[in-house]
Design a protein around this ligand. Structure first.
Ligand code: APR
Ligand code: ZN
Length: 379
């Protein structure tokens, strides 16, 4: 069933870096071959949206429609689409899964390359856009998702079909931050029963890492943040010890944490969920001598570089990174939604704020307040 006709709907358009979004009517073209058009129900804000909007992202494109943590219902499908039909509930995916490229066929990675180049250019795989404003000016796609719109067009390989009974305004969180955090612990680090973990940064991503470590049966989970207001919720998600680096002005935090470790040689698994190269180094250097693994999750500012003494790696520490928690997206997101439905992932606890699309600029302000984990926009 091919989509018919242009849909006029509300969207929040990013016209220029550093400017507020403009909530206005836009035109959404029908899906072409291999594409689906989705009626969005809800979308959460993530720091990557704010980063691109700020203009700090050198690859940011304007005008565009940002947003990549959404949930919706398939409205129509283009020619040749077989994996979803209108009415299916889906989560858009910025990491697609074509199941055909060399990366998808490898069990070692989740980084599908099928539509990577056009996605990076803000375009659909045929190098065109499906969005226009009412003046007829084209608008770029963002991360293959563009969830700040009531209707979106994605590649078929960029949507995961999920249990229709799941509340899309909560399940949407599995489109980015929570999945990334849980997967960093379970897939990338491979946290084991009885192990010790340290998580730097207690935003939604870091808290999801803590929860993932708990799911894996970690015995000790150190939660590290310069904002002690985060410690209560970190404990709720499973942290056993909370550390504020500001309480140790005379000592590098990696030394403090190594000193607190059971063996005195460091922590089995450490994670950086802030996006600062200094804390990435700290996380590596408090990983356990001989076998510690340290996972970079946070996205550092453009052009920044990490450093440490090679001796840190020679003595057995491993420095790893993760994107989307290592999950193969279309295969795994439906399972994570089912786990949420079974009460195994407390997604509701990440939703601290809710707003209407008209108020999306206020939601960006909220995101910068320490108390906000995720703000969900009801479309
Ligand atoms: N040491 C310890 N904690 C810090 C430091 C520091 N030097 N600087 C900031 N933090 C804490 C903040 O107080 C905050 O609680 O890190 C946390 C970061 O949380 P959020 O800003 O809410 O970020 P989150 O949404 O969890 O994303 C974290 O992952 O996906 C990426 O781009 C995203 O880089 C970001 C990271
Ligand atoms: Zn692929």
């Amino acid at each position: 069933m091919s989509g018919t006709g242009v849909i006029v709907c509300k969207a929040a358009v990013a016209y220029a870096a550093g400017q507020p979004l403009v909530v206005e009517d836009i035109q959404v073209e029908p899906p072409r071959a291999g594409e689906v058009r989705v009626k969005l129900v809800a979308c959460a804000l993530c720091h990557t949206d704010a980063y691109t909007l700020s203009g700090s992202d050198p690859e940011g494109l304007f005008p565009s429609i940002l947003g990549h943590e959404g949930g919706g219902i398939v409205e129509s499908v283009g020619e040749g689409v077989t994996s979803v039909v209108p009415g299916d509930h889906v989560i858009p995916l910025y990491t697609p899964e074509c199941k055909d490229c060399m990366f998808c066929k490898s069990p070692k990675t989740n980084l599908c390359v099928k539509i990577r180049s056009t996605q990076g250019k803000g375009l659909m795989p045929d190098e065109t856009t499906r969005y226009k404003n009412m003046k007829g000016e084209p608008l770029f796609h963002f991360m293959g998702c563009s969830c700040f719109s009531q209707y979106i067009v994605c590649a078929e390989i960029s949507v995961a079909k999920i249990n229709p009974k799941a509340d899309l305004s909560i399940a949407c969180l599995l489109g980015c931050g929570v999945t990334t955090g849980i997967g960093a612990a379970l897939n990338t680090a491979g946290v084991e029963q009885g192990s010790s973990c340290a998580v730097f940064g207690l935003g939604a991503v870091g808290l999801a890492v803590i929860y993932g470590c708990k799911m894996a049966g970690a015995k000790k989970i150190f939660a590290v943040d310069i904002n002690p207001a985060k410690f209560e919720i970190a404990k709720k998600f499973g942290a056993t010890d909370c550390i504020n680096p500001k309480d140790y002005p005379d000592k590098p935090i990696q030394q403090v944490i190594t000193g607190l470790s059971e063996s005195g040689f460091g922590i089995d698994y450490t994670f950086e969920a802030i996006g600062r190269v200094e804390t990435m180094r700290s996380a590596l250097e408090c990983a356990h001598r001989g076998w510690g693994k340290s996972v970079i999750i946070g996205v550092a500012g453009s052009g920044q570089e990490i450093s440490t003494r090679p001796f840190q790696l020679v003595t057995g520490r491993q420095w790893l990174g993760t994107a989307f928690g290592g999950y193969k997206s279309r295969s795994s997101v439906p399972q994570l939604v089912d786990q949420y439905m079974e009460g195994k992932i407390p997604l509701e606890d990440f939703v601290t704020d809710r707003m209407k699309l008209e108020d999306i600029n206020k939601a960006f302000e909220k995101l910068h307040e320490g108390s906000c984990l995720r703000c969900v926009i009801d479309m």
